[in-house]
Write a new protein. Structure first.
Length: 134
């Protein structure tokens, strides 16, 4: 088993005792991403759509840092403080993902770090040609 910590300045830095992402062999576990702008570490200004877009951009940056892309995500968890925003997630997700879509869960939560309205984490499985031999 090969375990590699994934880090990039293109996504928000960890704000606690965790890694941005961890790659174990061809599987990548991406930590929960809230709508932080990587350069400022502040929540993006704007409505829920702006927050969702920022979260997908953060996930994309980490997927690329791990040697893959959003198409390699096999499981996506979406945490929302207001589940009535789920149709907006679906609409924006369609801009970032193509079929076959990843498995997904949508979970309503009372609160998220830094008063974010959305958080997502993901599991990726890299294609064999994207995984460097040890």
């Amino acid at each position: 088993m090969t375990k590699v910590i994934i880090q990039t300045i293109q996504a928000p830095q960890a704000i606690g005792t965790y890694s941005q992402a961890v790659k174990v062999d061809r599987t990548v576990y991406i930590s929960g991403q809230i709508p932080l702008v990587p350069e400022t570490m502040d929540i993006i200004e704007g409505d829920i759509a702006a927050q969702i877009i920022q979260v997908f951009d953060n996930l994309k940056a980490l997927a690329e840092a791990a040697g893959g892309d959003l198409g390699d995500i096999v499981k996506l968890n979406v945490f929302l403080t207001d589940l009535s925003n789920f149709p907006i997630v679906n609409q924006i997700m369609g801009l970032y993902f193509q079929e076959p879509y990843p498995a997904r869960a949508a979970i309503g939560v009372a609160a998220l770090p830094k008063d974010a309205e959305v958080e997502m984490d993901a599991i990726m499985c890299l294609k064999p040609q994207e995984y460097p031999a040890s």
